[in-house]
Design a protein around this ligand. Sequence first.
Ligand code: GDG
Length: 453
Amino acid sequence: MKYVVVTSRCPVSHDRTGGREILRRNVGGVVTALHQAMKTNGGVWICWGDGNADVNYPVEQYDGYTVARIFLNRYEKHGFYDEYSNGTLWPLFHYFRERVRYLDESFETYRAVNGKFAEAVKKHTDPDSVIWIHDYQLSLVPELARKLGITNFMIFTWHIPWVSSEFFNILPQAKELVDSITQADMITFHTELYRKNFRESCERISPPEFNVDDRTSAFSLGIDSDYYSKIEETANPLENLQKNGKVIFSIDRLDYTKGLINRALSVERVLKKYPETRGRLHYVMMVTPSRTSVSEYLKMKRDLETEIGRINGSHGDIRWQPIIYMYGKVSDRVLLSYYRYADIALITPVMDGLNLVSKEFVAASRHGILILSEFAGAAFNLPQALIVNPNDINAMADSIYSAMNMEPGEIDRRLEAMKTSVTRRNLKWWIEVIEKRARALMSNGKVISAHGH
Ligand code: GDG
């Protein structure tokens, strides 16, 4: 299929630092997955050029496809990205009611910016393109593009949770969102639960002609399993720590949805409840900077670091600190070596659409055990993990302790079962099932666009 992909973030950005310009590949689940699809099929990728030298590259060829950028001024960026996307929709769709901001003005800016994306879709769409729009930042693009006369087959993929219909209805613009998203011919979610919640939201407010059962699907995004499992041998960066005890590892964007403080508290609980683990538990917590222009994210960093300092100060000594905290980005190579050798991965978001880190760990790990939140979409794919409630500090501590003491045979049995599922339902599978479903919808005519595919 020839796609016009539409995402908020670009696959690559141009940055000028110290007189030198560099081309930076953006990391993140959505961008990495779509890059694979575009590399194979070609097509156009419309995105927001937020690199400080991107204005010099409104349209460029990259790895077999075209990147077409839209640009935002400071005011647009603030209203669209900081305020409505990350201050209203992000907390709402992760059940953080008290954090949801209600600003009419930011919604207007969000709508205007979605309009810019829709204009770009019109500009770059051929009659035979399939338009594939992604995620909560672009929920109004389907309707705005239809209003501009775009009749092409349109897929919308929602990457974060879809909340229950009662909760969704607290959003003043609930109807606008659903009315727009249902202008797509096919809508995909990561889990059946999100699909069901969406269906119920539609039943409350959407136009009756939309047949939700036909046009929605639950396909959990997969990873490039070969990339994670077949990477060349590297030295074990954890070897020294493992001479004396077990290494627990995690990597997350700094975000309140990730439950980072609860995780640190659960490690502290292990030390208090099971004193024999003192000196033998090493929690390597990597945190990646995120949304640094949003002030509450800066406060979150301070709060997390204060808590980690307190725990290390109360329990550590001159030879040992229970939490080894690192803030910053690491290369794929470094990340893979941690995945490969860590004894335990502790992935316990309080709410997460899917969570690719858990799948990447499974693919790369040699003998590791995964502790995974029941509120990560990936928990539906990985039932052999130790599944925990991230709000239950005591239960998390017990899971950590049992992971530290698990028989090697059981670790390997669980890991093998998870590896099989991650390999079967990998990225290639995800792209194929979406294409297959799209073709089926096109051929039986159950589409809004009905334009002769
Ligand atoms: C949305 C949803 C859903 C992170 N730090 C570094 C690094 N990463 C890579 C990881 C992983 C990706 O970023 C993060 O994966 P997430 O699953 O958290 O995805 P997001 O894009 O943040 O979020 C989420 C996802 O969409 C996909 O639908 O799973 O629920 O919120 O691939 O490896 N990679 C490297 N260095 C880092 O420092 N190399």
